[in-house]
Design a binder for this molecule. Sequence first.
Ligand code: FEO
Ligand code: CA
Ligand code: CA
Ligand code: CA
Length: 565
Amino acid sequence: TAARADGHAHFAFKPIATATDAAVHVPEGYQSQVLVRWGDALWSEADDAYNGETGVGVDMSDKVFGENTDGMELFDVDGKEVIAVNSEYVNPKINLPAASEGVPQTADEVQLLKNLQGVTVMEIARGDNGYAVVKDSPLNRRITHETEMVLEGPLAGHALVQTNADPSGTKVKGTMNNCGSGRTLWDTYLTCEENFNGYFGATGEMPEGEGYKRYGIGGEGRYAYEKFDERYDISKEPNEPHRHGFITEIDPTDPTSTPKKRTALGRFKHENASMAHARDGRVVVYMGDDERGEYLYKFVSAGTWTEGTYGGDLLNEGTLYAAKFNDDQSGEWLALTPETTGMDAADILCFTRMAASAVGATTMDRPEWVATNPVKVESYCALTNNKNRGVKPNAGGDDTAVNGPNPRETNHYGQIVRWTPADENHAAEAFTWDLYVMAGNPTVYDNEYAGSDNVNEGNMFNSPDGMVFDSTGMLWIQTDGNYKNEGDFAGMGNNQMLVGDPETGEIARFMTVPYGAEVTGLCWNLDKTVAFVGVQHPGGQWPDGEGKPRSSVVAVWREDGAKIG
Ligand code: FEO
Ligand code: CA
Ligand code: CA
Ligand code: CA
């Protein structure tokens, strides 16, 4: 059962071919069906909210499933199945009237975009036609760019995070650009704020400070929020961007709970979060910062956690580290402290990228998802690609010459690095590493751009991004890459989801998604017979075949009802 056939070093499914069409494809003997689309009602009052011509109106925009689904986790809430799922960003051209040309022209249009991003918490249930969202469930919740939350941990209340609207520096609105996901060992949801910089702009003079440039903050905001809402105008609220770029913890069992931004885990473009339990009881969170030449991090809690208990505010105190990979396949986690960085404790958490530069961490090829093997003490990070590798430094000016786990200049294909902590202890400061796979195209190249030995004409892909282990220890790999199917990418087709066997290194293609889409986000129902897979930014008119393209979560299952995860 599951993805690995029992007792065999091959897969329980027949790998599929690439595709270039506008459909979802899964292996023979499997089925797929859309679970929920952008604009679908979470409450009955929003039943008519979506219109194929005009999209969603502002009045019901916080009562529907958001756009551009990303990371997700499924929780058992007293036997009910509840998915918490991110809506990373919006396509303004799809959501706004044509006359707006992709830029909001009114406060209502800004409000619409704010509401269609963030997080959805939704109960799902299995009926005669498979899984569906339970409309009007008391567990359903939308969290948007305007939802009240609190800053927690060492940066809370600090001068760097005080604003005119919140002199306390503790009450924040919104979680932004919610990319990948994670879950705590005590079953709360972790949503990861990635490209938060894009929501801020300056209508007047830019504030001083190195930190803005390092995080790409300045100029015009991507959605013109700053023109209609001073909170997003850094010439008026220079500290507001310091309140975003965190990992935010959400209790999926209580729709009235206040989300908590965990500042102890650092501020950067958080891709996702993978939590492990160290041998001494402390909790460890691995995290990537998705930008060319940025870093891989981990947080180790000060306190310890005991199985079966609620972790509470365990993520408020601990040590943050950045990874240094040596060319001899050894590595070390470098603690980010006032002594090692020359920065004060608040600056380390607010300007974490600069702290990692100060200790000489290893620049990486865009760290996307991190995943921890549930049956072996090891973790993985998808390094999606880096056209700048060996070409130009990151925004801090750090060295981005090729290095051990980032061995190719102008890297269009990406690779997955894996590390094993010393003494089988995720809290250890030493580790060893290897590359699980180097993506490439063996039909175009016969050098390092052909990829590693476990890449072949039958399974090739580019730009690994989403990455999730199933309960049996198989690694599911999702791509967000070039889908033009030509040149360096000839024969790779649309974006895809593959399954990797960590023991044998074998990788097989399980799913392809419509042209234009990336695959991102994966979780399973409680009995592991159904996988839920995110399809983000599809092209054409998928899945309806008319109207607008709609980002959706798709359910996938085996016709014989066997476990698949
Ligand atoms: Fe939102 Fe780095 O992917
Ligand atoms: Ca991603
Ligand atoms: Ca993406
Ligand atoms: Ca990506």
